[in-house]
Write a protein of this length. Sequence first.
Length: 355
Amino acid sequence: MTGTPLIINALGQLDNPNAPQSMAAAGDLNPTGEQYTVDARTLAEAKASGLTAVNITLGYVMGDLPPYEHTLHEIDIWDGVIDRHPDDLLKVTTVEDIRRAAREGRVGVVYGFQNAVAVGDDAGRVATFAERGVRVVQLTYNQANRLGGGSSAPAGTGLTAFGREVVEALNEHHLMVDLSHSGERTCLEAAAHSRVPVSVNHTGCRALTDLPRNKTDEELRLVASRGGFVGIYFMPFLNSTGHARAADVVEHIAHAVDVCGEDHVGIGTDGPVTAIDDLDAYRARLAEHVAQRQEAGVSAAGERADTYPFVVDLRGVDQFRELIRLLERRGYSAGRIEKIMGRNFVDYAERVWTA
């Protein structure tokens, strides 16, 4: 295709995973809470990849840190990161900010949660998070919380009364309700309860790979039918062996397009642009990392010590260009590819952030 489309990563990282303190190097149970390294390489490679904007994960996800206080602290940290790199980064709170990032050659940073535990027992905190610039809130991580069930929670765990209250608060303050990691019943009930379209920013299709982190056709269809968005990840859950390849990403995108329609599907890689340099050294740490997650009760079915949490042949600076090339080979039109790579997320954000 000619020209460069908007590239929006609906869930990703700004990180150099080769730095000692990064999440990939140290494991995502790093007790310091400062898990990412936004250095010169991170910025240069993110921009070189063509990335327009990325929804990052900040705040409490799991562990022993106080959820609310830790979340506010991480918002402060990311505000500082963006302030230190005004020529490279732009905090995104509106759709116009995404367009501005594209015009100015900067990378837009969308603040998002992967767990709503920081809300505590007070849905009024949603207003505080909105004021601080948070624009995406995932209701649960893999385990259950006070809002509903995650993908590893007992089957049938649904959206709670408090979860409905939080969804209503998110609607009121124009924040995305992200149902990634949720269990099936919680996803269906939240999608039906929300008066604003919801999203599943990083997932796969359970019809192709029957793992709990992937969404059923019923979930995908409901989210899309109500004007929502589905992002396909670059994760091991796309293949039953745990060794997903770029071809698997394409197959899951194609299935999602078939179920949802081409106006509701995008990408949410769940990873950084910068690739891990030494895969042998990383492999040696991986078993310990997976064991940590299992011990903490936050791992997902399909996580194993021998599976990378990324797609090995779809990483690094060329990952988005390679995906575009594969979608072209699939026979997708330039217009459909532009939608998948970013325009669908922008259109969805327009429906939510300005609702």
